[in-house]
Design a protein around this ligand. Structure first.
Ligand code: ARG
Length: 232
């Protein structure tokens, strides 16, 4: 169905935003992670080549996709109504909630959103974690002045460790990874029932093949192997 062989139709340029372990991160200078391996497996099943990965700030992924600099986003990106107005999402491939990180063993141990009041809270720009903070500001739980945006989550966790913020809101699996590797811990979680999907342009029919590839990878057991490798 795609164009003749040798056309670009069979190559996808993937884009991601590293600093989101275990989904995408750098190890010894190499990009790796659950999303990276999953998309590689899905593309192979679907009969596509993956070009070199573009590593971008999370916020610039959607504009890069719509402008055609990349063809597919694999970045632990939550399927939201707002984003669905701009791009198409594959079938969901992972479920997540948000959690609130604080300094490990610190005196600030919030148990609920109300306890965050008066404290400085950070999140990565353009994420659903940031959306949760914005919701708390709208609801009056937090003051906008206390919100700090970061280009990526590792920078937010640096700020948390050094005391520049008191809490960071991040996706649960990523927060768990930081809790295991840095001087931070999860204080409580916020149930958001998010689903991650791959993002493609709305007029790109290749998403059908990606969905078929995803089902095949889920049925073959490859998906479960990747889950145990990265979350096991
Ligand atoms: N799941 C969240 C969202 O969609 C955070 C994703 C951040 N991903 C990343 N690769 N930094 O907004």
């Amino acid at each position: 169905q795609e164009g003749s062989s040798g056309s670009d139709a069979e190559t996808l340029v993937p884009g991601t935003a590293p600093g989101f372990a275990p989904f995408e991160f750098k190890e010894g200078g190499e990009l790796t992670g659950f999303d990276i391996d999953l998309l590689a497996a899905v593309a192979e099943e679907a009969g596509y080549e993956l070009a070199e990965w573009s590593e971008l700030d999370f916020e610039t992924l959607i504009p890069s996709l719509t402008e055609g600099d990349i063809d597919i986003i694999a970045a632990g990106m939550t399927i939201t109504d707002e984003r669905s107005q701009q791009i198409a999402f594959s079938d969901p491939y992972f479920e997540s909630n948000q959690s609130v990180l604080v300094r490990e063993g610190g005196s600030f141990q919030p148990e609920s959103e109300d306890d965050l009041s008066g404290n400085r809270v950070g999140a990565q720009s353009g994420t659903t974690g940031e959306g949760e903070v914005e919701r708390m500001i709208e609801e009056g739980t937090l003051s906008g002045e206390n919100f700090r945006q970061f280009e990526n989550y590792p920078l937010a966790v640096d700020a948390l460790e050094s005391g520049d913020v008191d809490a960071v809101v991040a996706d649960v699996p990523v927060a768990e990874n930081f809790a295991a590797s840095r001087d931070v811990e999860i204080a409580f979680t916020i149930q958001t029932n998010e689903n991650f999907g791959f993002g493609m342009r709305q007029d790109d029919d290749r998403i059908e093949d990606i969905n078929e590839g995803l089902s095949a990878v889920q049925e073959s057991g490859t998906y479960d192997e990747l889950v145990s490798e990265y979350f096991g």
